[in-house]
Design a protein around this ligand. Sequence first.
Ligand code: 0A1
Ligand code: ZN
Length: 849
Amino acid sequence: MRDAAPTTVYLKDYTPFGYLVDSVSLTFDLVPNATRVTARIAFRPNPEAQDRTFFLHGEGLKLIGAQIDGQDVKPELTDQGLTCDVPDGPFLWESEVEIDPANNTALEGLYMSNGMYCTQCEAEGFRKITFYPDRPDVMSTFTVRIYGDLPVMLSNGNPSDSGDGWVEWTDPWPKPAYLFALVAGDLVAHSDRFTTASGQEVDLNLWVRPGDEHKCAFGMEALKKSMRWDEEVYGREYDLDVFNIVAVDDFNMGAMENKGLNIFNSAAVLASPDTSTDGNFERIEAIIAHEYFHNWTGNRITCRDWFQLCLKEGLTVFRDSQFTSDLRSAPVKRISDVIDLRARQFPEDNGPLAHPVRPESFQEINNFYTATVYEKGAEVIGMLKRLVGDAAYAEALDLYFARHDGQACTIEDWLKVFEDVTGRDLAQFKRWYSQAGTPRVAVEERWAEGTYTLTLTQSTPPTPDQPDKAPQVIPVAVGLLGPNGDEVRETQLLELTEERQSFTFEGLAAKPVPSILRGFSAPVILDRETTTEERAFLLAHDTDPFNRWEAGRALAQHTLLDMIVNGTPPEPAYLDGIQSVLRDEALDPAYRALMLGLPGQSELAATLHERGHTPDPMAIWQAVETLRQTMAEHLQDLLPRLHAEAQVDAPYRPDAEQSGKRALGSAVLGLINRIDGGVLAAEEYGKADNMTLQLSALGALIRAGKGAGQLAAFYDQWKDDRLVIDKWFGLQVSLAEPADTVKVAVHLTRHDDFNWKNPNRFRAVLGALAMNHAGFHHESGAGYSLLADWLLRLDPVNPQTTARMCAPFQTWKRYDAKRQEMIAEQLDRIAAAPGLSRDTTEMISRIRG
Ligand code: 0A1
Ligand code: ZN
């Protein structure tokens, strides 16, 4: 069924639901096309609420019958739910509905994936399962009985009873409906046990389809590490007898934190050295931690309404980044997070989709699971922690858990614990939650008689619905270096609270070189005109690993922009500076691999646009190619030594040490490849004994124009492994040359294995198309129309994934008039499609502006 006319929901309109739910008892009779769901729900009037309208959400449900206190009732039905007259006091609501999981391609509610039943209820999917007040502030305990002839049938909580053909699960912890889950199918478990700090035994199971058993061990270890870490660092213990994780092939997102029954996209949990790259392993470890950490930040303490999404997501992303930093390398994690923030969040914050970390309105909440809510939300917590200090942060978190356990909370509740612990007024800090847009901080410096003055000026550009911005509290970590490279002032935190503010450093013997925004202490853009010499100096001497990398990045950006705008040759100071860093064997190989990275082409386009130029995707691509070639030649003598240093002589382990070496090896291979035309890559492909090496060699061969044979061999080797075949699809599109990208993508969409209803496979091709900057923005406009064709095809099948995949169009106003016109035409074509989903309608209209 297509959606009705969109309505907008506002944060300011929040009111509590008129009834409290004391208990929920559900039964499921699982049949692919006709599953019956009965619900017995104990309601009582909510003393805190004024409005006693009894409205239950419900979408696409066939109502079989309903009773109140055992008497048949005839509720009034709409396409959104039902209303009914109810008694003044407590009452028992009973309903029976029929649903069709086998035809649920939207992957929301109860659906089937490869013969397995599974659910996705966040944000508003539970209403597709039964009539219910489907809002996060309505919390209740659940008992769930599942009837079916499937070997494994799971729900939230602990197993409580079973009989012939049925099982029962009881979740003692009150929860909102979005955390409900059910899984049933022919599954096998990889099992383990965990003893909590207080001695409770927990059964751990990772459930997968038969054949995937060999891909479970890493995920299980990651789960145990997460459980221990949350005890040690946040004092949080697990609270049920069993923790189940299930891998599902058809899933719109990465994973979902349902209470006691986390459901994962199989790409976000299954791993083996043969089939997964180091990057996959690290991502899986982080996602397992993320979902597990939600047990406290999200489940035990949940959100009052969906506007508060960042309350659980920002905090949980922040916690999973801390976890990864502790387990692996903190500087490498920080740099990777900033690369990701700039690639995904900055475009959002600086374009038509900009919204505050806590949005104030939405049409479709699923469109707000964004990099702003998640990643900028985590940055905001990082700033808060810096501002109050580690000890106060820990104290505030303890208070948060103690004060709000079992509640559905708001950002006000969150900030209040910090205010209570520190006595600090966070009213201005709160603007980070309400103002959209990336603040820009301009830097001026003055040097006179031993006193160095930094003057910082902040401004945030207008964003949709927010023309004027007030100054925010910006923590700017600064250190000073003396002329010989010694640190003359250690890192200190400047608090920029005014629009313009000066900070002085006295008693200096010589004019220092400032290292500003160390550790990327705030999610801002630093506007600072500085010299190549100064950047090279910081690249050589900065003691802050983030800013040292940032200096290299700034040099790379500077030289690329100069090449693009002025046709200048690559900057020798950049090439020499990078060379010195690469020579330093004391530096972590992973860090050196990051030093070899260049700013993304889309990021370069954004910077050109900001500086008043119209980005030409082809010219950007060409400049990157030229710089890479120059780097390969400049570093030629050093490359064999680095390549040798990157070799791993031990059995494969996906840990920071080995994967850092392989990352360096892969970056170095990419450069050698430009000189030897694929000779080393062919050799490496032949002897690769893990997916990281195999894929990096295959990529190099494709780039050298010599990958055809290996691509075919790779397919034959892995055709039965859907996750590896996703990589095979994606790699070809992401590495295609600009003029060939669309051709390659079209060709792949005609492949027998292009199962476009599977979100992973759809994204492997169309997502990779959108990420190939010069290919997607090819002057023919074919990239735009191909993406639009597929969005139109996917929308009736899966609105959520379609809406997310509209995002590549968000940057359209950066480009020239011709490209803008071509994109506008595609946006209008999509918008005009009859019956377009609410999800996609909202995205397209916001992007179109
Ligand atoms: N809460 C999950 C992410 C998630 C969100 C929405 C979903 O369906 C619309 C699915 C998963 C997390 O943060 O991991
Ligand atoms: Zn999350």
